[in-house]
Design a protein around this ligand. Structure first.
Ligand code: GLC
Length: 805
């Protein structure tokens, strides 16, 4: 079943049926002011933090309400509806609507009873308030009088939990009044006697507003229950039914902002206006509303154009044209945009994450960065610096990096205070190891080798060059080895549900460690650090032998060892005897021999692959889980317990591509690609334009259903799997290798890529229908000896032609 389509030109997903199987959402704004909006206008807003800066209320897990509602009422017939299908929910035979989710804006069009409305929700570029720009048009042939009512449900406290559950406090600090054409909410209004900067119990007056620009306000309401009416809901508020709001504010109980304007529209006439929401002092709010009051339409249009050109500009640095529409739409727009969203929001705010994780997960963020390096390398560099500054001087990463992170002065998991504040009791084995591919990708994409010597502080004390940071990460793993001498599993590795402990060992981490050494050798070569190169060579050889000896199990790599020495993931185990990540990482890390790689990948395909992607392990844990196998707490076929953990799909795509298996790599992409499931919405449920954390595996009765939208490491791993793997864009410090692995049936494809200040137009030809390989490469007409373009061959406009076959 289908609910919409991709408009690739406008980079919009257009929802044509509003009764989607789940709220399908979009992100507006940036970390200064964030907003989430669903196709039915449900969602919330916050300043800086979803947990501590919540302005608009949203009730999680409860039918996508409330939201940024705009009600329309015909004052003659008294019939009313909403600019989004919900909350009024008119009969879809009579109510026609479209929702266009674009890059940082959402437009909703509705046609009902001869009235056309279009609302555009956005946060202007660089601003910290939101706009609901509205146009109402009379398409009938008689004059109409239409009430337009905007409704914003303010939280009573910026802290989301206080607002939801601590009512004996939060209801008695809130108050609303009407000022000009604004409902002004004040929290702790009684502290208005305080001088600027003065606080009581760390509190002062917090101001929020809902304003209306472009048309006069006829009536207003500042109290939720007065607006809705007792035993009424968002679908039939008495304030809308009555045609006039009560013009009273809230003193205690629940604040809201509701503003009604009365429009008299001649046939064919339209009126433009804008509702504005923010957390601003009264005079600032007044100035914001005033800015939109004259020329409302032009101001909004200009702001939207600015937003669109900013975002489309960001995406333009890497564009492809292949025979697959699904692949094109994901790589050109939606996967890329998803990568920016995870880069910006980490795991902070969605309809699943309520903002309580008040910081950046180390591994998540370092991986997220990888997804945008080919698009916005300098933006990535800033985040890399930030994450390096969250590395402890012992080389480990802080499991959670607080939003208030203060490099050089932070506590670490070795301090009780850190543990208490973050809830993270210990180091994880993998955190700092993610730095290697991320830093390598940045330096290779940009050629900015100076970065390697840039000095960056450590989280707790001391500072060092980027090279030194990476060396310390190696040292951290070296100092945390398990019984056999492989890296210890510690509190967890990538898999949150594997507690292997300080003596247990993780194959995945061992492979990451092996790979890290390969990468660091390149840095050491750049530094001409011969001594360290030979240290790395010896250490890597020793580690490689250990992995070969301990972890290869006939046709697969095992998952690791418990503290008690029990082997996890052996082929004879009754449960969890086949794991996905050690197989893909054995290939990615370069450790596996060709024969092992072929065998292990084949096992993955046979044992783990499904029509919706490869499951994380099989069979699910049920009766045979060891003590640290926390996945057993999940239903079988779910999340880490044999779910299709989508993030891992990116690594299997990459592994297959590195082996030159274009068919398989692309097959894995298609199985889990949201766009490829656009007509399976009843099964997938999640938005067809963004990734989810996992899809229920074949052990679940709901096989194929996907969950945890938007904020998932999948965005970056699949992006890397596709760009480096399938499309084969593999830069190193000194140039670019192009080694695609594609479906045989493709005749070729094209890439427009910005690279080190030059623009590359890359044409890949595949007349012999190979799935990988190399026949000929020309750069600006000159034939090179293999598929590698050294930096000095690049010109402002570089024409590249590669023949695979
Ligand atoms: C979640 C976590 C991530 C972890 C993954 C696998 O996505 O955010 O840190 O690696 O689960 O357990």
């Amino acid at each position: 079943m289908k609910y919409g389509y991709f408009d690739d030109k406008k980079r919009e997903y257009v929802i044509t049926r509003p009764d989607t199987p789940a709220p399908w959402v979009n992100y507006l704004g940036d970390p200064e002011y964030g907003a989430i909006v669903s196709n039915n206008a449900g969602g919330y807003s916050f300043v800086k933090s979803g947990a501590n800066g919540r302005i608009l209320r949203y009730v999680f897990n409860q039918f996508d309400e409330p939201g940024r509602y705009i009600y329309l009422r015909d004052n003659e017939t008294k019939d009313f509806w909403s600019a989004s299908w919900q909350p009024v929910g008119k009969d879809l035979e009579k109510y026609k609507s479209e929702c266009h989710h674009g890059t940082a804006y959402t437009r909703m069009m509705a046609d009902y009873s001869g009235i056309h409305s279009e609302v555009r929700y956005y946060v202007p570029l660089g601003q910290s308030y939101e706009v609901w720009s509205l146009c109402v048009e009379n398409c009938s042939d008689k004059e109409r009088e239409i009430n337009v009512t905007g409704y914003a449900e303010f939280t009573n406290n910026s802290n989301y939990e206080q607002d939801q559950v601590n009512l004996q406090y939060s209801q008695y600090i809130t108050k609303t009044v009407f000022r000009g054409n604004r409902v002004r909410q004040m929290i702790h209004a009684n502290l208005d006697r305080l001088d600027e900067g003065e606080k009581v119990d760390n509190k002062d007056v917090t101001n929020r507003f809902l304003g209306l620009a472009g048309v006069p306000v006829d009536s207003w309401c500042g109290e939720k229950e007065a607006f809705l009416g007792r035993y009424h809901g968002y679908g039939n508020p008495v304030g809308v039914i009555d045609g006039k709001l009560n013009c009273e504010g809230n003193y205690n109980e629940n604040s809201c902002g509701a503003l009604t304007a009365v429009l008299k529209l001649a046939p064919g006439e339209k009126k433009e206006m804008a509702f504005l929401v923010g957390m601003k002092k009264n005079d600032e709010a007044e100035a914001i509303v005033a800015r939109y009051d004259q020329n409302c339409q032009q101001v909004c249009e200009r702001e939207l154009e600015e937003l669109i050109s900013y975002w489309h500009g960001q995406l333009s640095h890497f564009q492809i044209k292949t025979p697959s529409n699904e692949f094109n739409t994901m790589i050109n727009t939606w996967n890329a945009y998803n990568c920016f969203m995870t880069f910006i929001w980490s795991r902070a705010a969605s309809f699943t994450y309520c903002g309580l994780r008040n910081g950046y997960g180390y591994r998540d963020t370092v991986q997220d960065i990888q997804g945008v390096i080919h698009l916005a390398p300098e933006m990535a560099a800033d985040k890399i610096r930030f994450m390096l500054s969250a590395q402890v001087d012992n080389g480990g990463g802080l499991p959670l990096v607080k939003f208030t992170h203060n490099p050089g002065h932070e506590d670490t998991p070795d301090d009780a205070s850190y543990v208490q504040e973050t809830g993270h009791p210990a180091y994880r084995a993998d955190d700092a190891l993610w730095l290697f591919p991320t830093v390598y990708k940045y330096v290779s994409e940009t050629g900015n080798v100076d970065f390697i010597d840039e000095v960056i502080p450590f989280a707790n004390k001391d500072e060092g060059t980027v090279y030194e940071h990476l060396k310390r990460a190696i040292q951290f793993s070296m100092e945390h080895l398990g019984k056999h001498g492989m890296p210890a599993g510690l509190y967890a590795d990538w898999n949150d549900c594997l507690r292997l402990g300080k003596d247990g060992e993780s194959t995945f981490v061992a492979l990451q460690f092996y790979y890290a050494m390969t990468i660091l050798k390149e840095f050491a070569a750049y530094e001409k650090d011969e001594e360290y190169i030979s240290y790395l060579e010896k250490s890597q050889e020793k580690l490689g032998e250990l992995i070969e000896k301990l972890c290869w199990n006939e046709d697969r790599f095992i998952r690791g060892f418990t503290e008690a020495g029990e082997i996890i993931g052996q082929r004879t185990d009754p449960e969890a005897n086949m794991w996905l990540n050690p197989q893909s990482w054995a290939v990615i890390s370069g450790l596996a021999t060709k024969e092992q790689s072929e065998l292990a990948l084949e096992q993955v395909y046979e044992r783990l692959n499904t029509e919706y992607g490869a499951i994380l392990m099989d069979p699910p844990y049920h009766a045979h889980a060891f003590d640290g196998a926390l996945a057993v707490i999940y239903n079988a076929g779910t999340k880490e317990n044999a779910g299709i953990f989508s993030q891992s799909q990116g690594w299997i795509i990459l592994a297959e591509a590195l082996m030159g298996h274009g068919e398989r790599a692309f097959g894995y992409f298609m199985e889990n690609a949201p766009a490829a499931q656009n007509d399976k919405a009843e099964i997938r449920r999640l938005e067809p334009y963004c990734y989810g954390q996992f899809t229920e595996g074949k052990a679940s009765p709901n096989f194929g259903r996907s969950h945890v939208h938007w904020l998932t490491g999948t965005a970056s791993t699949v992006m890397v799997g596709c760009v480096e793997g399938i499309l084969g864009m593999r830069p190193d410090f000194y140039g670019l290798r192009i080694a695609p692995s594609i479906p045989k049936e493709w005749d070729g494809f094209e890439v427009e890529k910005d690279f080190r200040g030059c623009h590359l137009h890359i044409k890949v030809q595949n007349p012999g229908h190979a799935e990988s390989g190399f026949k000929k490469l020309t750069v600006n007409g000159e034939e090179l000896k293999d598929n590698y373009i050294p930096q000095d061959k690049l010109t402002a406009e570089t024409e590249v032609e590669l023949y695979l076959s």
